[in-house]
Design a protein around this ligand. Structure first.
Ligand code: ZN
Length: 248
């Protein structure tokens, strides 16, 4: 018997209710819009949760925080239409700022217990040389919240959600922005959707920076696909939830 027969890699392509937890407004789409659009077309319900307010990344520094937040949401809703995101949630922690890790974990427990996803997507907090603390905190807090969702002794930020929660099964977690992928997903059929979604993020990129991002995405999507039978892909580290602790 091998470990793979005891803990088989969960099938990302049969996910039906997916919660995607991102540090900033555009991370889910940069990392996973291709496969998420594909899964939505196959009938999956997609939910986005954004941990920080992303205000540090807004290019137009003349905007008030209120107007900057409006432009960020405008862009995010436009992209969400393309990907077919069913619902969105925001925690509003200060972008690149000081906030408590355990507050984030409590909030994520609340949303996981509320939404009851069968698959959770987030950024890989163990990405070598990741320097952005928001990414490390979000990926790690998401991993812990996925592990602890069923342990109601670990409180979320909402006692009402905790007392109403009757448990559910999370089949797996998929990390984007990873250097250790075990799934190379073919996104040839949704590549144009992904590019269309990324182009919506006008508040965070100058036109030149946007073109640079798209050139990089183009090169990366093809580079990772070398040796595959398709030309466009997104890489993911997909793990059974039980594989999130002590490496089993
Ligand atoms: Zn980010």
């Amino acid at each position: 018997m091998t470990i793979e027969t005891i803990l088989p890699m969960p099938d990302i392509f049969s996910a039906k209710r997916i919660l995607c937890i991102q540090p900033h407004y555009d991370d889910n789409d940069i990392g996973a819009a291709g496969i998420l659009t594909q899964l939505a077309k196959n009938g999956a319900e997609i939910f986005y949760l954004t941990v920080t307010n992303d205000l540090m990344g807004v290019v137009d520094s003349s905007l008030s925080d209120e107007d900057a937040a409006k432009t960020l949401k405008r862009d995010q809703f436009a992209a969400a239409k393309i990907v077919d995101v069913k619902d969105q949630y925001w925690l509003g922690y200060p972008d690149a700022g000081e906030y408590d890790y355990f507050d984030v974990r409590r909030d994520l427990l609340k949303y996981i217990r509320m939404i009851k996803p069968d698959f959770v997507f987030t950024c890989d907090p163990w990405l070598t040389y990741e320097g952005h603390r928001d990414h490390i905190q979000t990926g790690l807090a998401t991993s812990e919240a996925v592990m602890y969702a069923g342990l109601t002794k670990i409180a979320s930020s909402d006692p009402e959600v905790d007392s109403a929660y009757e448990g559910h099964k999370i089949n797996g977690i998929a990390f984007y922005f990873t250097r250790e992928p075990n799934i190379i997903a073919d996104i040839s059929s949704t590549w144009e959707d992904k590019i269309g979604a990324l182009r919506c993020y006008e508040a965070q990129f100058t036109p030149e920076d946007m073109e640079q991002l798209l050139v990089a995405m183009d090169a990366k999507s093809q580079q990772v696909a070398v040796g595959q039978l398709f030309s466009r892909c997104e890489p993911f580290k997909v793990l059974h939830t039980s594989a999130l602790h002590v490496g089993i």
